[in-house]
Design a protein around this ligand. Structure first.
Ligand code: SF4
Length: 253
């Protein structure tokens, strides 16, 4: 089995125990494992240390901030075997694991090795994936997954349409019984755009979760009433961002 390329922060793989902050399982204790690498390059991404490498042309909004520098790939990736990651996960009693990134589906084979290893220790391990919805999971990978949290990216991400909306992948997740679609909404334009995506791909309303955009409690509060109204009207689910409410915009919490 290949080793997993995980995000490395402060010299360590980004594996942490916290509460799920978004989606239908908000509030559920979970161990997050963050893989490095992404096939998209969202201008507002808060895990840009998984893809915005030195000597790449990608743009990030933080580049306008003084002192922002692209990341040295070798300093922000750590390769670990399934056994090494499992040993860390097993230090916790929690059996709910979230595969996140970057884009986790870029490393399906390596994740399968880890999930098999964890289920060998305890068959009750449960796995959720946070994905941008552009890559179809293979048969082996999907066997292990209890829930897909799909977050298609909108125009405001800065990615070209052909990269961020992949018809076959979105159709797959639409038909998958254990998938949910999360959309982060900043303004009216986002609402029009996501409604067009929902229509185009016939995504059932009951699978849709709308969340206010915001990296502070204040920003979340400013947008939540309007989004709640749309959810009531369209039959979508309203989602908050618990981790921002509890801890603000910080990695590893
Ligand atoms: S898809 Fe996710 S990880 Fe990738 S650039 Fe966009 S926000 Fe960041």
């Amino acid at each position: 089995m290949p080793q997993l390329k995980l995000a490395k922060l402060k010299g360590k793989a980004e594996i942490f125990y916290t509460l799920q902050g978004e989606g239908v399982n908000t509030g559920m204790p979970a161990i997050f494992i963050r893989s490095s690498l992404c096939n998209l390059h969202c201008s507002w991404c808060d895990t840009d240390y998984t893809w915005n490498w030195v000597n790449t042309p990608w743009r990030h909004e933080n580049e306008s901030l003084e002192g922002y520098q692209k990341f040295e790939k070798k300093d922000y990736i750590i390769k670990l075997s399934s056994e090494e990651i499992a040993a860390e996960v097993l230090q916790h009693s929690c059996r709910n694991v979230i595969l996140t990134g970057g884009e986790p589906l870029l490393q399906q084979e390596a994740w399968v090795g880890l999930m098999a290893e964890l289920r060998r220790h305890d068959p009750s391990f449960r796995f959720e994936v946070e994905t941008n919805g552009t890559i179809i999971p293979n048969d082996k990978f999907r066997q292990y997954i209890d829930q897909f949290n799909v977050s298609p990216k909108l125009n405001n991400s800065g990615n070209p349409l052909r990269s961020r909306l992949k018809k076959d992948a979105l159709n797959y997740f639409r038909d998958c019984p254990n998938s949910w679609f999360k959309f982060v909404v900043m303004d009216e334009m986002d609402l029009h755009e996501l409604e067009s995506i929902i229509d185009t791909f016939s995504i059932p309303a009951h699978k849709v979760i709308l969340m206010p955009e915001g990296r502070t409690r204040r920003a979340l509060n400013q947008r939540r009433t309007k989004i709640a109204d749309i959810c009531k009207k369209e039959g979508y689910r309203f989602g908050d961002r618990l981790h921002i409410r509890l801890w603000g915009s910080k990695p590893g919490v």
